[in-house]
Design a binder for this molecule. Structure first.
Ligand code: BG6
Length: 286
């Protein structure tokens, strides 16, 4: 088992975070003076070849088991592959500290690459300050078109998932992965059971968290799906890298293009998907 090297720190007066070259995985972030916004499991794995339970895994070039339903590893190879650090900057004005990572088909283990035999270049820019901005650009560097799925699988830290209200998806159609049914959202989302839903929405979502007295905002561009996931009790117990009661302190709100919103790129084309997180204290919202 090869342990992962320590993450890189992204720090500036407005906020700070940490990101790994492994998976280009954002591990933490908070604006200065705020509690951590990202959740990481106390049982998260820390070794090469394993996915990290928490922070912001990048799902690419497929989501879950992919549209055929049988692809491995789950959520694609990007989150378990070493990305190249292209550059790092720190803004002296204190607005943001950034890092940019690159992944191409040549960086992928040949066995994993055979499932997605397309030349590509992925560039991922993380900017940590008062907001956390994460932007993934995929370019088709080969001669023929391909399709891919993608998600920024953000684990948010909440005081009590049973008390949160997820707003911004009222009226949106969704595929419920638990019941395998198409549904339509009515009002805000409350977590009252295992929740695993792919929403068809390009809008901003807010997570109102009365237990922590704050609201997390997930804004996005270039994304037509939002995935909401909380494993609840039984699924938590079944996951080796998740403590039994940790479902109470997290919720995933994922910025994605999946299922029939998979992205098609012709030769030479690029597509960018961005997620921007911010946080405000409820006392300041009144
Ligand atoms: C979510 C999926 O995005 O990720 C769920 O919708 C899945 O179905 C969850 O269980 C966690 O996936 P993984 O591969 O990190 O255990």
């Amino acid at each position: 088992m090869t342990r992962l090297p320590a993450p890189l720190t992204l720090s500036c007066p407005a906020g700070s975070g940490a990101v790994r070259t492994y998976g280009a995985h954002v591990m933490s972030w908070a604006p200065t003076g705020f509690d951590p916004v990202l959740w990481v499991s106390s049982r998260a794995k820390d070794s090469v070849g394993e996915a990290i339970r928490g922070g912001v895994p990048i799902c690419f070039p497929w989501f879950g088991p992919g549209r055929s339903g049988d692809l491995k590893p789950a959520h694609g190879f990007a989150r378990i592959t070493e990305w190249k650090l292209a550059d790092r900057t720190s803004d002296n004005d204190g607005a943001a500290a950034t890092a940019r990572f690159i992944l191409t088909h040549e960086d992928i283990n040949p066995q994993l690459r055979s499932v997605f035999p397309h030349p590509f270049r992925a560039a991922y820019t993380v900017a940590a300050g008062a907001e956390l901005s994460m932007s993934l650009t995929v370019t088709n560097t080969g001669p023929t078109a391909f399709e891919f799925e993608e998600a920024l699988h953000t684990y948010l830290s909440v005081g009590d998932s049973r008390r949160i209200s997820i707003e911004g998806l009222d009226g949106a159609r969704y595929f419920d992965k638990v019941t395998q049914q198409q549904q339509e959202q009515a009002g805000p989302i409350a977590i009252t059971d295992e929740t695993d839903r792919v929403y068809y929405s390009d809008g901003t979502v807010q997570v109102k968290d009365p237990a922590m007295g704050r609201t997390l905002t997930v804004a996005k561009e270039g994304s037509d799906n939002t995935v909401v996931w909380n494993p609840w009790t039984e699924k938590s117990k079944a996951m080796g890298d998740f403590a039994d009661d940790e479902w109470q302190s997290m919720v995933c709100v994922e910025t994605a293009n999946v299922l029939d919103n998979a992205v098609r790129l012709d030769a030479g084309e690029s597509h960018t998907m961005t997620q921007i997180l911010s946080v405000s204290l409820n006392s300041l919202l009144r």
